[in-house]
Design a protein around this ligand. Structure first.
Ligand SMILES: [Zn+2]
Length: 380
């Protein structure tokens, strides 16, 4: 080996060793990282991927038009709470709040006094049924009479809670069916008094399904196992829907607002059929915005087609959460996070409806259904 060949030979060896020294630890680390990642598969709660999507965002803090929240709950509020409420409502353009939790009798009178009594054009109070005397004969007629008195005392609607049809039972153990004839007198009285009935029947259908890895409300049922509706304790979802639809059909002069899109937010075609069959049926969108937001094209077309039948509502009152409703209804923003993860592990999309539709959802449909709200506070 002459000296020049030797220099070339050792240079090559040197470069090779040098390169190996640099690359080898990195390769080793990468492999180590990979195996570490493989060992640590994140749980469903741990996996919180940050979206890298860059797209237009509109933060809408205030509704484009004044609106009526048809679905809110305020039990026995104090004057201070009501004062604070009005201040908060003003910040988001919430013109009229409907308190569905008015109770009946003296409780209702008090709630009306503290809300409507002090802010006559800002609140509406709905009455509720008392089931204390459910087992005494003539119950339905007594409820109707109490309701008539509640309306004289300022109630403007009847709210029926979800225990009706599910947990409410006669002394003998028989479940009160949603279309139980005992209550016919109550619904006929609502038609006579021209007040709407806002009724919550059943729950999301997933709550009636097995709590397994295919259930899309798995997280919520883990957090609140009591929300599950197993067949051993509850009637099937479809039984409740059948009873409810029978109720709607047998009181065509009574206006019903089925809460939470009637739990058909995941099947808008089915909801459309319910509307087609029953001109006296309306829905609110309270707490089911994620259902619309995951199908923006269908939601948009549905709202345009059934613009006279859908009402704005929020359910659990939290002033900072309304902006999701504004953003979904008023913009075409894409793939944004929802405010309540247990309702939706998915992101939602805006389905921007035309102003005329927006006005109907925000207030015109509610004005039509609710007696005694001053329409002059709202645009044409
Ligand atoms: Zn509610």
């Amino acid at each position: 080996m002459n000296s020049r060949r030797a220099i070339t030979f050792f240079s090559v060896i040197f470069v090779a060793i040098f390169a190996a020294l640099i690359v080898w630890p990195r390769a080793a680390m990468t492999l180590q990282d990979q195996s570490k990642q493989k060992q640590q598969v994140p749980t469903i709660d741990e996996y919180q991927p940050k979206s890298t999507l860059v797209t237009k965002e509109h933060k809408i803090e205030r509704a484009k038009f004044p609106f009526i929240d048809i679905h809110s709950h305020h039990w026995n509020p104090t004057p201070e709470e009501v004062d604070r409420l009005v201040k908060e409502m003003d910040t988001i353009n919430l013109r009229v709040m409907v308190n569905l939790s008015g109770g009946t009798g003296e409780e209702l009178k008090k709630t009306v006094a503290v809300m409507k009594g002090r802010y006559p054009d800002r609140f509406v109070v709905f009455a509720n049924m008392s089931y204390d005397d459910l087992n005494a004969p003539g119950f339905g007629k007594r409820v109707a009479a109490r309701l008539e008195q509640d309306v004289r005392n300022g109630a403007q609607g009847l709210k029926i809670f979800k225990n009706f049809g599910m947990d409410l039972k006669y002394a003998g153990g028989e479940r009160v069916h949603v279309d139980d004839p005992e209550f016919d007198a109550v619904f006929e009285k609502c038609a006579e008094l021209k007040i709407p009935v806002l009724i919550h029947v059943a729950e999301p259908s997933a709550f009636f399904d097995p709590w397994d890895y295919h259930n899309e409300r798995w997280e919520e049922l883990k957090e609140f196992p009591g929300r599950a509706r197993p067949p051993a304790k509850y009637p099937p979802f479809e039984t409740l829907m059948t009873e409810r639809n029978h109720l709607f059909a047998k009181h065509p002069k009574t206006n019903f607002i089925a809460a939470h899109l009637g739990f058909h937010g995941n099947d808008l075609e089915r909801l459309g059929k319910l509307f087609d069959a029953n001109p006296n049926v309306y829905v609110d969108i309270a707490a089911v915005l994620a259902e619309l937001g995951r199908q923006p094209y269908s939601a948009h077309d549905f709202l345009v087609k059934y613009q006279d039948r859908v009402l704005m509502g929020k359910d659990i009152y939290e002033v900072n959460e309304y902006k999701w409703y504004f953003r979904a209804l008023e913009t075409r923003d894409e793939y944004f996070e929802y405010y309540r993860k247990r309702h939706a592990f998915w992101r939602i999309y805006g389905f921007q409806v035309p102003d005329e539709v927006l006005k109907k959802v925000y207030y015109k449909n509610a004005l039509k259904l609710l007696p005694g709200i001053d329409a002059k506070a709202f645009p044409e």
